[in-house]
Design a protein. Structure first.
Length: 313
């Protein structure tokens, strides 16, 4: 059986020739085969429309399947590159390979590992009002049984909530490891205001064909309005932990089938509505991240004044 190669940009399969091993393509030798590495990563942070983007991009790019996030570069790196690349369907139709992975944004390990393994990859960031994003992430974690405390207590118990809001600090790390031409920073505000224009610009940067959004793909994204407290915190927490274990064991199809079934309505949400966040807590979060907002404003050359106040949640 002849060795195969996968073009990093197009995902095409063929027999390697010397001239095909140029600097414009990246490969990894896995089990005696040259396999394509991702040519782009959408690294979030979380609750910035990445789930919506993943759903929209599935038809025009080669993404991990059946689950959205592999958590390879931040959590499962010890499983090896073969395990990671096995999460991708074999691309034979010219689709660029990439991953939508919002947990990578604040992980120094993910940043450094991607820079080492896929140094030519394009990296996409989507920044959202940090207080609103943090509250959205907190409520998502509560709905999935990952947090059972008030937001005030969760800020002490879950470092990810505040760490993923340190936009300028983490963005600077990515800037130090990748050329500016490989980094694309956008705002969630732009996505909310004009999803089609946002997607067109993303497609042009990454290098995949533009996708025309249908009317049913235009609702608000990354909202937690449909979520609530879980019926049973313990049952939901156990189900969430089981799902993560299954995905790590390569049982993503089982997780996807459960997620798309009526069982999800029993396991996630179904309890009381989320309570409002006390204004004093929101002001505390804003005060903490305000230096990050000021720094990011200069780094992106964008007016972020709307982020320097908070509204009721």
């Amino acid at each position: 059986m002849s060795t195969i190669w996968l073009d990093r940009q197009t995902g095409e399969v063929g027999t390697p020739q010397p001239e095909q091993h140029s600097s414009t393509r990246q490969f990894a030798m896995v089990r005696g085969r040259l396999r394509a590495l991702p040519s782009f990563f959408i690294v979030g942070p979380p609750r910035t429309g990445t789930t919506w983007l993943h759903d929209v991009l599935r038809s025009g790019t080669n993404l991990p399947a059946p689950t959205k996030e592999t958590r390879f570069f931040d959590l499962h790196f010890d499983r090896g590159l073969a395990w990671y690349l096995d999460r991708f369907p074999l691309a034979v139709n010219g689709l660029p390979r990439g991953e939508v992975a919002p947990t990578y944004f604040a992980s120094p390990f993910a940043c450094e590992r991607i820079a080492r393994i896929a140094p030519e990859a394009k990296i996409v960031f989507i920044f959202r009002h940090p207080v609103e994003r943090l509250i959205s992430l907190y409520r998502l974690k509560r709905a999935y049984g990952l947090l059972g405390s008030s937001l005030e207590a969760a800020l002490d118990r879950d470092p990810e909530l505040m760490a993923s809001s340190r936009y300028a600090t983490h963005f600077a790390r990515w800037q130090s490891l990748f050329p500016d031409g490989q980094l694309y920073a956008a705002l969630y505000d732009d996505l909310s205001a004009d999803p089609q224009l946002f997607l067109n610009r993303l497609a042009d940067f990454v290098g995949f064909p533009r996708v025309h959004l249908r009317s049913d793909q235009l609702p608000r994204v990354a909202a937690t309005a449909h979520l609530s407290e879980p019926r049973s915190y313990l049952a939901t927490r156990i189900a969430t932990a089981a799902a993560e274990w299954c995905k790590a064991q390569g049982l993503g199809q089982l997780v996807a089938e459960v997620r798309n079934s009526s069982l999800m309505k029993v396991l996630v949400g179904g309890g009381a509505p989320f309570s409002e966040i006390p204004p004093v807590i929101m002001q505390h979060i804003l005060h903490t991240v305000l230096p990050e907002i000021d720094a990011l404003e200069g780094m992106l050359d964008r007016d972020l004044s709307a982020w320097k106040s908070v509204r009721a949640h």
